[in-house]
Unconditional design. Sequence first.
Length: 261
Amino acid sequence: MNNEIYFGDWGFDFIKIDYCGGDVLGLDEEERYTSIRNSIDKVNKNVSVNICRWAFPGTWAKDVATSWRISGDINAHWGSLKYVVGKNLYLSAYAGNGHYNDMDMMVIGFRDNSKVGGKGLTPTEEEAHFGLWCIMSSPLLIGCNLENIPESSLELLKNKELIALNQDPLGLQAYVAQHENEGYVLVKDIEQKRGNVRAVALYNPYEYMQEPSYFYSDKLSDHLYNGKKSHYKELYNLPFSPNQEQKAERQAAIPVLILPS
């Protein structure tokens, strides 16, 4: 690869490097990726490198890359999203300071037997998808063909408040504050670590809709509010259903911005 052309003359500032064939060749992944990083730095030290070896690579990655894939490739169906999110739920400690866990490109806007596998997501599933990618600070890469993206999908991707949640300068990933029954409560500090402003998401990977109270106990309120009165603003409100018999569209996340009193 001619680094002078790509990162010098043409000014490319991002590269995703797959590890295809690395295991077969018996390569040392840390050594190989570090070598590539050093080669690029000789031309341009401001290039963002993404490591793709289909699992969390290890703590060494932060010295080489700004982001790294943490799972196998995503497909356009709910089961694939559950798999990817599950891989990232407890990796928040490794995100921040300009380094991020990459949950793969988004599969919003795919319909009818997509080329990435799966028949596409429902509008509700797309909302959950985007909300989770934003609160977990994953890089936001649009994977669909923008020439024929559905209008509802495009409007979702243009949601400025959710994008701002993803792009918060603090750059932290939401962590699991509570795991009750089948659900998770994810919390992301905003503006200041352990401050008074934070975002919250209720994540329901279960096959049925659930009441919000199904996800958390009273202890969570103490954790979130620190005994202080607070108010909130809903960034995206997805429906909960009290009907446990109904296997309706899956509800997965309600990002909520908690504001200081």
